[in-house]
Design a protein around this ligand. Structure first.
Ligand code: DSN
Length: 418
């Protein structure tokens, strides 16, 4: 049963309640390896579901366009203060609705349409909003894109430097959505300084690892840091922008009134709760365990002949190229899902296949670590993944794996399910 219980919803709208219960059960029974997902605490769920959703509060604390902010102002101030302390930054804006709006605020703050932005190409591991062609950021700005070296699968900083010197971008993005290795923030900062660009570090994937000391921090290197709050940071769906003092005002103006109306105050409260949780010593242990689990899973997959981009991982994320296994990423992800193992198909660098039918799957260990799985479970996970990929057309074999998976996960509690 969903926890907190949902008796009012069940009475008022049994159809929606049934779907919520079904999703809670699904999350409980599966091994969730989608690298951008996690399980929030029951406290975060309660804050998200609170009456704060009823309130409008355009503006910032002490400077709102609506009355009745006696409670909302301290909520937002608390979230801001916790973000500043946790990450050690001068300024935090906790209002962006999610990661893409947070990144758009960087464009609005520091670029005019047609100006040059540089980011990591989507197929190399970047994000749509780092200037990829189909995104507004690639259509309305002059975007130049860097990638990874073919031999190593890791970002080619010489290429980044050469491109930056030639193209003189006003903003450089580092970070992305499918980067299994440590991001070298000091090296990016050196390049950005040389060409006079603002360095924006998008740490959406690794924010929890940074907060927990399991990945180097971009603070002191990137003037602007964007992040979602719901991946390794384990908060509600939302985002933040962290800046130094110099870039604070431009970012605040870009978020509101530049891009957004009223902030989602129930989300702001839940972000504050998650930031409080991430300040506890136990969160540092969690962040390190996420990385240990990813390393152990990568090693077990390599033992089973999987080809991993960059040869492994330094963080929570693994990108497997399934070409050698004779299956595309999409049929593999569908087979894994039927086998109770949730992942997403993903392009790999230099992928000869199309983005909607690419060669890879992306795996992450943030959610299973929250459930309590350890390095000792990773060989078993790799065995199930291998079996599922081999038996992709055999529904009975996949269902047998799903039953084994559900059996294991039944022993590991899930916040949100009782
Ligand atoms: N959808 C996010 C992810 O899965 O990484 C990025 O937008």
């Amino acid at each position: 049963m969903h926890e907190p219980a949902i008796p009012s919803l069940t009475g008022a709208d049994p159809e929606v309640a049934r779907l919520v219960q079904a999703e809670a059960r699904r999350q409980f029974e599966k091994i969730r390896l989608i690298a951008s997902e996690n399980y929030v605490s029951t406290a975060v769920l309660e804050a998200t579901g609170s009456v704060l959703t009823n309130k409008y509060s355009e503006g910032y604390a002490g400077r709102r366009y609506y009355e009745g902010q006696q409670v909302i102002d301290p909520v937002e101030e608390l979230a801001v203060a916790r973000a500043k302390t946790l990450f050690g930054v001068d300024h935090a804006n906790v209002q962006p609705y999610s990661g893409s709006p947070a990144n758009l605020a960087v464009y609005l703050a520091f670029l005019n349409p047609g100006d040059t932005v540089m980011g990591m190409a989507l197929p190399a591991g970047g994000h749509l909003t780092h200037g990829w062609s189909v995104s507004a950021t690639g259509k309305w700005f002059r975007s130049v894109q860097y990638g990874v070296a073919k031999e190593t699968g890791v970002v080619d900083l010489d290429q980044v430097r050469d491109l930056a010197r030639a193209e003189r971008p006003k903003v450089i993005f580092c970070g992305g959505t499918a980067i299994p290795r440590t991001i070298d923030f000091p090296a990016f900062a050196e390049i950005a300084n040389e060409v006079g660009a603002v360095l924006a570090a998008d740490i959406a994937h690794i924010a929890g690892l940074v907060a927990g000391g399991a990945h180097p921090s971009p603070v002191g290197h990137a003037q602007v840091i964007t992040t979602t709050t719901h991946k390794t940071l384990r908060g509600p769906r939302g985002a933040m922008i962290l800046t130094d003092a110099e870039h604070a005002k431009a970012i605040d103006k870009a978020v509101f009134p530049g891009l957004q109306g009223g902030p989602h105050n129930h989300t702001t409260a839940a972000i504050a709760v998650a930031l409080g949780e991430a300040s506890e010593p136990s969160f540092g242990l969690y962040a390190h365990a996420v990385v240990q689990n990813a390393r152990a899973l990568a090693a077990a997959l390599l033992d089973r002949g999987f080809d991993l981009v960059s040869g492994g991982t330094d963080n929570h994320l693994i990108l497997a190229d399934l070409t050698g296994k004779g299956i595309g990423g999409k049929p593999a992800a569908k087979a894994l899902d039927r086998a109770g193992i949730e992942a997403n198909y993903n392009t790999v660098p230099f992928d000869p296949r199309k983005p909607f039918d690419p060669s890879g799957v992306r795996l992450g260990t943030a959610a299973i670590t929250t459930r309590g799985l350890t390095e000792d479970h990773m060989p078993q996970l790799a065995e199930w993944i291998d079996r599922a990929v081999r038996a992709a057309d055999d529904e009975q074999a996949l269902d047998r794996i799903a039953a084994e998976v559900a059996d294991l996960m039944a022993g590991y509690p899930m916040p949100g399910w009782a």
